[in-house]
Write a protein that binds this ligand. Structure first.
Ligand SMILES: [Zn+2]
Length: 237
């Protein structure tokens, strides 16, 4: 059974978050520049979230898939397998998650507190991934969502229902939405493979198709757009 995922973008407080650096020039990388640029990801397992996939850490499995399909560096700044003993009162359905919900403020405050305790992850240029129960797993049609700015922080929500082996590219897909959005200049989060300018690829075997499933295909135009995001930061290795 195919399940769709959806996303929503929030424009309310762009630029208002802590550590916010206004979008500057896109990062230019040349062959002589040995600096490694990548994106930083920080994952939390909320209470009730599924934490494993095939006996492996679920986030790490999603991260490996995301790195494989996008083929650029992604670094976890998650302290360990980071579990949170609360679900923050998120609604049962991921579809019902709303930017104005009280839980969203609480998640943002939690996130802000974490940033203060872990300055290495440097705030709003890190994508936060919330694995959450969303107990609607039967009949769920929204498996993952991306919010490009919650108090400045890019958030991705992942449902338990996605953890069934048939949605292995869901995190890669949501990361794509965030990177498409986090561009300098005019905000245009469209997918470069869609001539109609929608946010999704019309190609059913593409990672950015509306139901990414286990897709692994991306076109160079998509990778180029993602790489142009100002979320790319210099990585100290
Ligand atoms: Zn999508």
């Amino acid at each position: 059974m195919r399940k769709k995922q959806e996303l929503s973008f929030y424009h309310g407080s762009e630029g208002g978050g802590p550590d916010w650096n206004p979008p500057s020039e896109p990062l230019i990388r040349t062959a002589s520049d040995s600096t490694v640029y990548g994106i930083r990801l920080l994952a939390f397992y909320l209470k009730g979230a599924t934490r494993t996939q095939d006996n492996k850490d679920r986030f790490l499995a999603d991260l490996i898939q995301a790195k494989d399909v996008w083929n650029f560096p992604m670094f976890s700044v998650t302290p360990e397998t980071y579990s949170v003993g609360s679900d923050f009162g998120l609604p049962n359905c991921l579809d019902d998650v709303d930017i104005s919900g009280e839980y969203m403020t609480d998640l943002m405050i939690f996130r802000e507190t974490h940033r203060r305790l872990h300055p290495v992850e440097r705030g709003v240029k890190t994508i936060t991934i919330w694995y959450a129960p969303f107990t609607e797993s039967l009949g769920a049609d929204v498996l993952g969502r991306a919010f490009e700015s919650v108090g400045g922080y890019p958030f991705i929500f992942m449902s338990n229902a996605a953890n069934n082996g048939f949605n292995n590219s869901l995190l890669a897909h949501e990361i794509g939405h965030i990177l498409y959005f986090k561009q300098s200049g005019n905000i245009d989060a469209s997918d470069p493979t869609d001539p109609n300018g929608s946010i999704h690829s019309p190609q059913p075997d593409n990672v950015m198709f509306s139901t990414p499933d286990n897709n692994v295909n991306l076109e160079q135009s998509q990778i180029n757009k993602a790489r142009n995001s100002f979320l790319f930061v210099e990585i100290d290795e």
